[in-house]
Ligand binder design. Structure first.
Ligand code: MN
Length: 320
């Protein structure tokens, strides 16, 4: 899902430092693209107003969309470095293949977590036998400098801790909450939680004051810390909060993400995260030469080509 918006990501974290203000409430509109077959992608991170929340550095919300006709969703083989891709399936299915030889169908309520480390390639496609409705969130988690060259890995998590409180159903995707710890293996202090109501509901959940947080509505609507929120906007909540009050006036699904502010500068280009322009250029060159990223077998289509950096382009505020 990383390659579907027109244009490419060019961002260096030093261009727009993370904010650490108290009681921040920042509305971050997602960029929206409509692909073939009416597939809507809303990209909430990176955002002009906020590049990252904790180590969460990328957030796409795809669908809900009817994929009962045509090919559905298809993203051909492409590489990643320096990050983990995190897929949360809300409706429908995806089929994952990667250069480690992993093949995995993911269904609603499940997580796929792919650790790129020093390099991996993968593809994602709608299976031939599928549900009519597709909806998913795909996020990227930046790996800290001392972990970004680890061996690539792929993990599928079919079961995650669940809790119910005040008519709100919670699934813990990453980190710790309601006395449980998610099994998902991440490398910095993070939280990811899916919260749903079938109708009107209100609740409060405890937050960690050292974490920064953001909320995205997937479907329905919510009042988050008193702010009305609809799909298409990420509400950034900053740090130093003890609790979060949530009100759902209707059947609603939201995603809460959080983490310790990520202290390192990163460079993001296309599907790569690196620390220097030379490193990014090397990733582009190696992938386009068919080196270093293995081979994805069995995907019915072409591998994607890494776009070159524009001539004369320099990352400003380059990370070191
Ligand atoms: Mn990808």
């Amino acid at each position: 899902m990383s390659t579907v918006l027109p244009g490419n990501e060019v961002s260096a974290s030093a261009e727009c430092p993370n904010r650490n203000a108290e009681d921040v409430l920042l509305r971050l509109p997602a960029r929206v693209a409509t692909l073939g077959e009416g597939m809507t992608i809303r990209r909430a991170l990176p955002n002009q107003g906020k590049r990252m929340i904790g180590a969460w550095c990328f957030l796409d919300h795809a669908g809900p969309v009817d994929v009962s006709h045509g090919d559905g969703m298809r993203v051909g083989p492409h590489p990643h470095t320096g990050l983990q891709t995190f897929t949360w399936m809300v409706d429908g299915e995806f089929f994952h293949r990667d250069s480690l030889g992993c093949e995995q169908l993911i269904r609603p309520g499940q997580v796929n977590l792919m650790t790129a480390g020093r390099g991996i390639s993968h593809s994602e496609e709608s299976p031939a036998q599928r549900s009519p409705l597709l909806q998913a969130a795909q996020l990227w988690i930046a790996l800290p400098n001392d972990k970004r060259h680890i061996a690539p890995a792929f993990e599928h998590y079919p079961e995650l801790p669940r809790n119910q409180q005040d008519g709100v159903n919670m699934t813990l995707l990453v980190g710790e909450a309601f006395g449980e710890k998610a099994p998902t293996r991440v490398y910095s202090p993070l939280l990811g939680m899916d919260l749903r109501s079938d109708g009107i509901a209100s609740t409060q959940i405890p937050l960690r004051p050292d974490f920064e947080y953001g909320v995205l509505v997937l479907t329905g609507s919510a009042e988050v810390a008193g702010e009305t929120l609809l799909p298409g906007e990420l509400l950034y909540l900053g740090q130093h909060r003890q609790t979060l009050s949530l009100h759902f006036p209707e059947a609603t699904k939201i995603l809460l993400i959080g983490g310790e502010p990520f202290a390192e500068g990163i460079l993001l280009w296309w599907n790569f995260i690196g620390r220097s322009q030379a490193e990014i250029e090397s990733y582009i060159r190696q992938w386009n030469a068919g080196k270093d990223f293995g081979e994805v077998r069995g995907y019915p289509g072409e591998r994607l080509r890494a776009p070159e950096l524009p001539a004369g382009m320099r990352f400003r505020g380059e990370a070191t």
